[in-house]
Design a binder for this molecule. Structure first.
Ligand SMILES: [Zn+2]
Length: 150
């Protein structure tokens, strides 16, 4: 059997495709579980630290990178908005935003793995569906000279 053909057969082997679906489903399960276990509130956005100059001419920030401050970067439509997060809010926002980031990461993994499962289901379908030309119908199509063309 030619190597190329054998590789094609293996790629379209229904039992290998089933194994691949199972593998992907097992990879997806912990992400679904993490979504189900998310019960506390979440805060949208990206938590970022920016360094700013305060503007006082004698401050050390005139010569160094500036004063660090926490912001929540939020996308509203096409715009990005920065919301200052004061020291008192920092721990709480880091926690709720961290939860949001993990939720979104899990969601992205589920989307990617679900698409991969569907792709393989499509390949499994293609591997299992019989060609319609093999259907025994009452009226056989005939080619020139009367040979069957199934
Ligand atoms: Zn300063």
């Amino acid at each position: 059997m030619p190597v190329v053909f054998r590789a094609y057969q293996m790629k379209h082997d229904p039992s290998r495709l089933r194994q691949e679906i199972l593998r992907l489903e097992q990879a997806r399960a912990p992400h679904v579980q993490a979504i189900l276990e998310t019960r506390e509130p979440m805060r949208r956005g990206s938590f970022v630290t920016l360094h700013r100059k305060c503007g006082k001419p004698t401050c050390h920030c005139t010569t160094d990178q500036g004063h660090p401050a926490k912001y929540l970067s939020l996308k509203d439509g096409g715009h990005t908005r920065l919301v200052y997060i004061g020291p008192a809010q920092e721990v709480g926002v880091a926690e709720t935003n961290g939860r949001y980031r993990r939720f979104r990461d899990n969601r992205a993994a589920i989307a990617r793995l679900s698409k991969a499962v569907l792709d393989i289901i499509n390949r499994l379908e293609a591997a299992l569906v019989l060609p319609e030309s093999k259907l025994a119908t009452g009226r056989r199509r005939r080619g020139r000279g009367g040979q069957r063309v199934d």
